[in-house]
Ligand binder design. Structure first.
Ligand code: FUL
Length: 483
C-alpha cells in the first residue's frame, strides 16, 4: 500500500512537472520572432539628396541629378553581408519624395532620371541582390513628401497608400515596413514652395494604412516610434537602455491625447514598459557615418564602436539597424566596406566558440525531464530550461571542468513565453570564494554582458533572484572578445 502511495505521488509530480508553461504578459507574434532572429540589419539612404550633399532633400532636385556613375547593388549588399547584417531596408522614398521605383503614383521617380536610361528600378535591384545573398528585404516609404503637390490635402493619403501597395506587391515578402513620424513642414510641393502642416493624428490614418500592410505583407514587422511590431528606441545613437523591456505601452507626450507616430513620449522608448500592453521590442537605428546620407567629409564609425553598439542593442534584446549611405557612384565607400568587414569578423569570431560548451550545469530546480539545464548549451533556442510553476528564484551552477577565460556572458530567455526574469546576479569562483561580476535586471531575447576585463574561472553561478512566474532560459554562453 505504502509503495502504491509513493508511486501515485511520484506520478502526480511527474504529470504536474510536464504541464505546459503559461505565457507571461504580452508575447511576440510569429513575425516578431522572425524579426528578433534578424538582430542586425541595414537601412539604405540613396536619392537625389545624396547628390545634393544634404540630409533632407527639399523635394525640388531635378530628377536628372540622380545619376550614379557606377551603381552596384551587389557591392552594397556584399559589404552588408560581410558586416553580419541579415536584412536590408531600402528607403524607397525619403522626405524629398523621389521614388526609387517606376511608380504610377508620381512622375517624380527613377524613370525621370538618367539611371539605366530611365528604365531602372532600384528597389528591384537591391531586393534581388539582397535575396541572392541570403538577406531579408524591407522598405521605408516616407509619409512626408516634400515634392508632391497634393501633400497636405485630403488627396495625398490615397497616393501614399498606393505607393505602399506597389511596394508590397512587387518585391516579394518583406521583413519590415519602416515608417517614421515626420510630419510636414516646408517643401517644394509641386512648386508652391511653402510650409504645409498636417494633423498627424488623423492625416495618415495609420489604423487603416497599416491594415494594408497586415493584409498584403503579414510577415512585415511595422516599425514606428510608437511601435506596432517594433518601437523606436528613442535615440539615433544605436543603443537601448541597460534595463530594457520588450513589452511597451505607448504613451502620448505632454500636451497630446493619443500616442501616434511623432507624438509619443520618447523618453519611455529606450527602456520599454515592464508588463507593457504589447510586445514591441526596440530597434536601435543609427547611421554608420554621422548622417543618413553620404557626405564625403564624414567617416564611418570604427569597428570597435560598432561592436559596442552591438552589445548595447542586440545585447539588450533590441535590434540594430545600421544606416548605409552609398556615395555618388552608387556604392559604399571603401572605408565603410572595411569597417563593416572588420565589425562582422569581430562578431563572428567572438561568438564562434561557446566556452561553456561541455560544462556540467547544476540547477537548483528543474521543471521536469524536458526542461533540463543541458538545453542551455545545445545552441538551440527552441529548447529551454524551466523551473516548476511555484519556483520563481533559482540558481544555476556551471562547472566548466577546466579554467576558462572570458569577458562576455550571454543569456537568452525563451521569449515565446514572454519576458519573465526581472533580477539576477552572476558570480565566478575565485580563490575558493564567489565573486559577483554582474548585477542584472532584464534579459529578454538576448543579454550580452561585457565584463571590464577578462576573468578566468572554473565555475560560474547564475542566481535568478526575481521573476513573477516560473523561469525559462534557453541559452547560456561564455565568450572571449576577439578583435
Ligand atoms: C528619420 C528621418 O527624418 C531621417 O532623415 C532618416 O531617414 C531616419 C532613418 O529617420 O525619421
Amino acid at each position: 500500500m505504502k509503495k502504491l502511495i509513493v508511486l501515485c505521488l511520484l506520478l502526480a509530480n511527474f504529470t504536474y512537472a510536464q504541464q505546459p508553461i503559461k505565457p507571461y504578459g504580452a508575447i511576440p507574434s510569429k513575425r516578431q520572432l522572425a524579426w528578433h532572429d534578424t538582430e542586425v540589419y541595414g537601412l539604405i539612404h540613396f536619392t537625389p539628396t545624396t547628390f545634393e550633399n544634404k540630409e533632407w532633400g527639399f523635394g525640388d532636385a531635378d530628377p536628372k541629378t540622380f545619376n550614379p556613375s557606377n551603381f552596384s547593388a551587389e557591392q552594397i549588399i556584399k559589404a552588408a553581408k560581410a558586416g553580419g547584417l541579415k536584412g536590408i531596408i531600402l528607403v524607397a522614398k525619403h522626405h524629398d519624395g523621389f521614388a526609387l521605383w517606376p511608380t504610377k503614383t508620381t512622375s517624380y521617380n527613377i524613370s525621370a532620371s538618367p539611371f539605366r536610361g530611365g528604365k531602372g528600378d532600384m528597389v528591384k535591384e537591391i531586393e534581388q541582390a539582397a535575396r541572392k545573398n541570403g538577406l531579408k528585404f524591407g522598405v521605408y516609404c516616407s509619409p512626408w513628401d516634400r515634392n508632391n503637390p497634393k501633400y497636405g490635402t485630403s488627396e495625398y493619403l490615397a497616393i501614399y497608400q498606393a505607393q505602399l501597395k506597389e511596394l508590397y506587391s512587387n518585391y516579394g515578402q518583406l521583413f519590415m515596413s519602416w515608417h517614421d513620424g515626420a510630419n510636414g513642414g516646408d517643401g517644394y510641393y509641386g512648386g508652391a514652395r511653402e510650409k504645409r502642416s498636417i494633423d498627424n493624428i488623423t492625416y495618415y490614418d495609420w489604423n487603416n494604412t497599416w491594415a494594408i500592410t497586415r493584409k498584403m505583407q503579414p510577415m512585415a514587422s511595422i516599425f514606428s516610434d510608437i511601435g506596432w511590431d517594433v518601437r523606436w528606441v528613442g535615440n539615433e545613437n544605436g543603443y537601448a537602455n541597460e534595463t530594457s523591456w520588450a513589452t511597451f505601452t505607448p504613451m502620448p507626450s505632454v500636451g497630446h491625447n493619443v500616442a501616434v507616430p511623432g507624438q509619443a513620449d520618447w523618453p519611455l522608448n529606450p527602456k520599454g514598459t515592464r508588463d507593457g500592453k504589447f510586445w514591441m521590442p526596440a530597434e536601435c537605428d543609427v547611421p554608420l557615418r554621422q548622417g543618413w546620407f553620404y557626405h564625403a567629409q564624414e567617416k564611418p564609425k570604427t569597428p570597435a564602436t560598432l561592436f559596442e553598439l552591438y552589445l548595447k542593442s542586440v545585447g539588450r534584446g533590441a535590434g540594430l539597424d545600421l544606416g548605409l549611405a552609398p556615395d555618388t557612384r552608387g556604392q559604399l565607400h571603401e572605408d565603410d566596406v572595411a569597417a563593416l568587414q572588420t565589425f562582422g569578423n569581430m562578431v563572428k569570431h567572438t561568438f564562434a566558440t561557446n566556452l561553456a560548451k561541455g560544462a556540467q550545469i547544476k540547477a537548483s530546480n528543474t521543471r521536469g525531464k524536458n526542461y533540463g539545464a543541458t538545453t542551455l548549451l545545445d545552441g538551440n533556442k527552441q529548447t529551454y530550461w524551466a523551473t516548476a510553476d511555484n519556483v520563481h528564484q533559482a540558481t544555476l551552477e556551471i562547472n566548466l571542468n577546466t579554467p576558462k577565460t572570458f569577458d562576455i556572458i550571454s543569456l537568452q530567455e525563451y521569449i515565446p513565453l514572454g519576458q519573465r526574469i526581472e533580477g539576477y546576479t552572476i558570480e565566478i569562483m575565485e580563490n575558493n570564494t564567489w565573486k559577483k561580476v554582474y548585477d542584472g535586471t532584464s534579459i529578454g531575447a538576448k543579454r550580452l554582458i561585457k565584463l571590464d576585463h577578462p576573468v578566468t574561472t572554473k565555475t560560474v553561478r547564475l542566481n535568478i533572484s526575481k521573476s513573477p512566474v516560473c523561469i525559462t532560459l534557453c541559452e547560456f554562453g561564455l565568450y572571449q572578445f576577439k578583435a
